[in-house]
Design a protein around this ligand. Structure first.
Ligand SMILES: NC(=O)c1ccc[n+]([C@@H]2O[C@H](COP(=O)([O-])OP(=O)(O)OC[C@H]3O[C@@H](n4cnc5c(N)ncnc54)[C@H](O)[C@@H]3O)[C@@H](O)[C@H]2O)c1
Length: 319
């Protein structure tokens, strides 16, 4: 089996590529990444049992078609992912994220390869009730250019499925928590853990404290990708992949179980009003997928990882 992973060195990819040789032994695993975010470290100490080949390639600006020859599946993770930055740089996000997805979809269609793409629960935006994949299009309310582009990608892929039979499923991931070799710290849980361990105030968006948002344990994220491939689900649909919905207060309480003294600082953010929404994961569960992660464990492991960096004290880095 040949598996192509784009954006393979990112936060999610760097964990996924370590799981794939265990789930699909003897597979050839093609890693594509343009090193935009410089995560060389994701390539260090890859498991010996994996048959990896890494290609430093930009999906939008370089020819990558030949890398997909005879592939069994493509997992498309490559994107610029800092949603807050997308307000000032919407065109850059569109030119990279939408174009990359379009190119990958074209290649998969042409070569008849099943495609798993990553969307985001941020396509829902602010919602009163718990939302699922069947909600009205008018109920989708993305609140950032990043999320709008995710929705545009989903719609593009759906059209290709309906008109031409592209085999794909799109996974709407909640905000990831949990550790990985190419870990990022700009999403809520990881950022708070970093701030807590280094003794800095936790920077919480004003109004966010008691609003719910969907979160996804990185183990569940990776397992869901393996699940879709093993079950061969490429039916042109979207699936919410969410371990739990939680408020910022609940996240902070979990961190406080590990680090008692926390200071909270309320800050402004452009992305603030999209915060309250509660996303159902019943659709993927009804297919037999089991979520095994939880916030307590994810936060504990993240804090332990950072503490191992040997901060001298809880007030900052080395004096
Ligand atoms: N992390 C989350 O909380 C989260 C939540 C929902 C959805 N997602 C989606 O999951 C996917 C992976 O996210 P992540 O957290 O691993 O992101 P990440 O930013 O850590 O990794 C993305 C990788 O894509 C690469 N990349 C970007 N543009 C590229 C291009 N044109 N050509 C080749 N490589 C390119 C980057 O160098 C980076 O290594 C993204 O589509 C993201 O939108 C992530």
């Amino acid at each position: 089996m040949k598996i192509v992973v784009t954006g393979a060195l990112g936060h999610i990819g760097s964990r996924l590529i370590r799981k794939l040789p265990l789930s699909f032994p003897n597979s050839n695993i093609i890693l594509i990444d343009n090193l935009l975010t410089q995560r060389y470290c994701s390539l260090f100490d890859l498991p010996k049992e994996g048959k990896f080949a890494f290609f430093e390639k930009d999906i939008v600006n370089q020819n990558i078609r030949h890398l997909f020859e005879n592939s069994s599946v493509v997992i498309h993770l490559a994107a610029i992912t800092d949603a807050t930055r997308s307000f000032e740089n919407a065109l850059e996000f569109e030119n990279n994220n939408f174009k990359a997805t379009k190119i990958i979809a074209d290649i998969c269609f042409e070569k008849k390869i099943p495609l798993l793409t990553l969307s985001s629960t941020s396509v829902y935006g602010s919602q009163e009730k718990i939302v699922d994949e069947n909600c009205e299009v008018s109920d989708l309310n993305p609140q950032s250019p990043y999320a709008e582009i995710k929705l545009k990608e989903e719609n593009h892929l759906r059209k290709l499925y309906e008109k031409q039979g592209l085999m794909f499923s799109s996974l709407r991931f909640g905000t990831i928590f949990g550790t990985s070799p190419g870990m990022r710290f700009h999403t809520a849980v990881n950022k708070f853990c970093w701030q807590a361990v280094s003794g800095s105030p936790l920077t919480v968006w004003k109004t966010a404290l008691n609003q719910k948002r969907p979160y996804l344990d990185l183990d569940d994220a990776v397992n869901s990708i393996v699940f879709f491939i093993k079950q061969n689900i490429f039916n042109g649909e979207v699936y919410n992949i969410v371990t739990c919905n939680a408020t910022v207060k609940e996240i902070i309480d979990c961190i406080r179980n590990n680090i008692e003294q926390l200071e909270i600082q309320f800050v402004e953010s452009k992305i603030m009003n999209q915060l309250s929404y509660n996303v159902s994961n019943k659709k993927i569960k009804s297919l037999g997928f089991k979520f095994e992660g939880n916030l307590e464990k994810g936060i504990f492991e993240t804090i332990k990882l950072i503490e191992n960096l040997n901060f001298k004290n809880k007030l900052g880095l080395y004096e």
